[in-house]
Design a protein around this ligand. Structure first.
Ligand code: GAR
Length: 207
């Protein structure tokens, strides 16, 4: 059983997609061992508790500086002994020490077709605002492994989503979640749990 720890910052709809897919058997060989938020009052912690998954928060506000927070975050992550860490809308930069310790064992969902609309400053609704500003006709979502550079790791899967003429960022965000994110992320967890993918020379291969 793959021990999966999910890191969240906000509403947790991607977390819910993973919880539901695990309950329905779409994700197999997986145990959701914990949910960690950098935010004490988010809906995600409630979603975790409702599903009987241990939920904890580690807030930067409780630490003197970033280094102290990063140490506490890694310590808390380690305490779950995860095989896979899933960033499901976790909007905190992952400390370098954690990236190294969990190399090829951290995945992230991003709400665009990387390398478009990604990197520093591109998160959540901002991604969709920029996509609409640029006037793209197709956007989507990407699941990738996490490396040091933001949104630069090996791509596991991508799915395109059509942009409609009268989209607002909120409407586009919802469509990208429904048509791409909530499908791609559980699928990637299941693929990893069942050893269907591997990283070779910085690229993801399927077996
Ligand atoms: C999702 O759209 C996710 O792709 C995005 O935050 C949202 C979280 O929603 N992540 C990023 O932008 C990471 N750069 P959720 O809390 O409802 O899953």
């Amino acid at each position: 059983m793959l021990r999966v720890l999910v890191l969240v910052s906000g509403g947790g709809t991607n977390l819910q997609a993973i919880i539901d897919a695990t309950a329905s058997g779409k994700i197999t060989n997986t145990q959701l061992v914990g949910v960690l938020s950098n935010n004490k009052t988010v809906k995600s912690l409630e979603r975790a508790k409702n599903a009987g998954i241990p939920a904890v928060s580690v807030s930067p506000k409780d630490y003197a500086d970033r280094a102290a927070f990063n140490d506490a975050l890694l310590e808390k992550v380690d305490s779950f002994a995860p095989d896979l860490i899933v960033l499901a809308g976790f909007l905190v930069a992952i400390p370098e020490a954690m990236v190294h310790k969990y190399s090829n064992r951290i995945i992230n969902i991003h709400p665009s077709l990387i390398p478009s609309f990604c990197g520093v400053g591109y998160y959540g609704l901002k991604v969709h605002e920029q996509a609409l500003k640029r006037g793209v006709k197709v956007t989507g979502a990407t699941v990738h492994f996490v490396t040091e550079g933001m949104d630069e790791g090996p791509i596991i899967a991508q799915k395109a989503v059509k942009v409609e003429d009268d989209d607002t960022p909120e409407i586009l965000q919802k469509r990208v979640m429904e048509q791409a994110e909530w499908i791609l992320l559980p699928q990637a967890v299941d693929d990893i749990a069942n050893s269907r993918i591997r990283v070779e020379n910085g690229h993801v291969k399927r077996s």
